[in-house]
Write a protein that binds this ligand. Structure first.
Ligand code: S3P
Length: 430
């Protein structure tokens, strides 16, 4: 893994065919559900990263045996729904691990504590603690943050919970706790968020009832996943696709990438901006959609991103700000206040970073206003703030710049995509 500062020089263009590592959200979920499942779960295409390795370590701490057959193939021996051991789990930087595991821990016959690194310890945790308490869980936060202490119980009762924030992590925590709750548990989500948990629960034999804005699960007696083939991570493909959209003469194809429609809002935004995109080989991996995405450079026009579409591109919004900085006209991103509580405050990190490169960007409480210029930005320096998505933003900005970008803390890409710089290098022509 690259650590410290890294210089990214301007690219002449990007060219080629690549595949990216397995989806992080799906990899976390496969290990978590595999560990509380019956029998063995074989996970292929596992997206190995610091975040997903934290999940493997966590479930080993709690008693699951996990064999690593190769870098991207794991076999998880499930202990069953209510047989995790309890103990102290370090979730490192992984918000998905902490929030989903909290839901599972509520139904275990012992005490689990969940802690995280400095960034994760600054992120809001009452958003899961509150609904889990409504189910009857005994969970304490530390002034609303990690460390969390969860004293498991077998007296959870189903609830109907309307999400106050559009969050797949909160939705998933409630649904997973719902597996342990008597009766049925329903989550109402006013804005659709990624549905990997629902799809994987269905694959594991759980009856999931899905309405237009609601998801209901019943108390479960067991689940069995068997096999999970993890598609490439759309969020890891995104920086490559955006770099190709921005650098004249580029033509890049990313193969075998997850195309769950609740993750691919970036493709809709790119299309509205006038990018040349084609999707081929649409197919399924289990219940997830997969395909190949080709993108070629073209001139871009300004775009408006609406609150309703934010969850479908939430992790790609820093890249959207970069696209907008190069697009003719005034772009606005609204309804993205959640970015303030990600691995860093991404609204401010992006504004400071892109402005230092010469972009005309202003923060709003809930996003940005950006006046784009269809020309290369100057470039400069960006501080990753320990945030993998900001480090990747710096790299893409560097390729599309006149003078290059120096990324401070470039090693943080390892949180989701340890081989990012090497893969990028393989398609960049200078
Ligand atoms: C994730 C959901 C999103 C996303 C995160 C992964 C998941 O967070 O930003 O990177 O795997 O469920 P929220 O659901 O909290 O917005």
């Amino acid at each position: 893994m690259t650590v410290g500062a890294l210089r990214i020089d301007p690219a002449a263009h990007l060219q080629g065919h690549v595949a990216v590592p397995g989806d992080k959200s799906i990899s976390h979920r496969a290990v978590l559900l595999g560990a509380i499942g019956e029998g063995e779960t074989r996970i292929t295409g596992f997206g190995r990263s610091a975040d997903t390795e934290a999940t493997v370590a966590a479930m080993r701490t709690l008693g699951a045996e996990i064999a690593e057959e190769s870098v991207d193939e794991l076999v998880v021996a499930g202990v069953g729904l209510r047989a995790l051991r309890g103990g102290a789990v370090d979730c490192a930087n992984a918000g998905t691990l902490m929030r989903l595991l909290a839901g599972i821990a509520c139904g275990q016959p012992n005490v689990t504590t969940l802690s995280g690194d400095e960034s994760l310890s600054a992120r809001p945790m009452e958003r899961i603690a509150e609904p889990l308490r409504l189910l009857g869980a005994r969970i304490t936060t530390t002034n609303g943050h990690a460390p969390l202490t969860i004293e498991g119980t077998d007296t959870l009762k189903g609830i109907t919970y309307e999400l106050p924030v559009a969050s797949a992590q909160v939705k998933s925590a409630v649904l997973l706790a719902g597996l342990y709750a008597s009766g049925q548990s329903t989550v109402v989500e006013p804005t659709p968020t990624r549905d990997h948990t629902e799809l994987m629960l269905e694959s594991a034999g759980i009856a999931v009832r899905r309405g237009p804005t609601s998801i209901t699960v019943q108390q479960a007696s067991g689940l069995r996943l068997g096999e999970v083939a993890v598609p490439g991570d759309f969020s890891s493909a995104a920086p490559l696709l955006v770099a190709a959209a921005l650098v004249p003469g580029s033509d890049l194809t990313v193969h075998d990438v997850g195309l769950n429609p609740r993750r691919t809002g970036l493709l809709d935004v790119l299309e509205r901006m006038g990018a040349h995109i084609a999707v081929f080989n649409r197919r399924r991996a289990g219940r997830e959609q997969v395909g190949d995405v080709q993108i070629q450079y073209s001139e871009l026009a300004a775009v408006e991103v609406l609150p309703r579409e934010v969850p479908s591109l939430v992790d790609e919004l820093p890249l959207v700000a970069l696209l907008a900085s190069h697009a003719r006209g005034r772009s606005v991103v609204r309804g993205a206040e959640e970015l303030r509580v990600k691995e860093s405050n991404r609204i401010e990190a992006v504004t400071d970073g892109l402005r230092a490169f010469g972009a005309h960007i202003r923060s709003r409480d809930d996003g940005w206003t950006i006046t784009g210029v269809p020309a290369r930005l100057r470039g400069g320096r960006i501080e990753a703030r320990g945030d993998h998505r900001i480090a990747m933003l710096g790299a893409v900005a560097g390729l599309a710049s006149r003078e290059g970008v120096e990324i401070q803390g470039a090693g943080s890409v390892g949180v989701s995509f340890p081989g990012f710089f090497e893969l990028l290098d393989s398609v960049v022509r200078r």
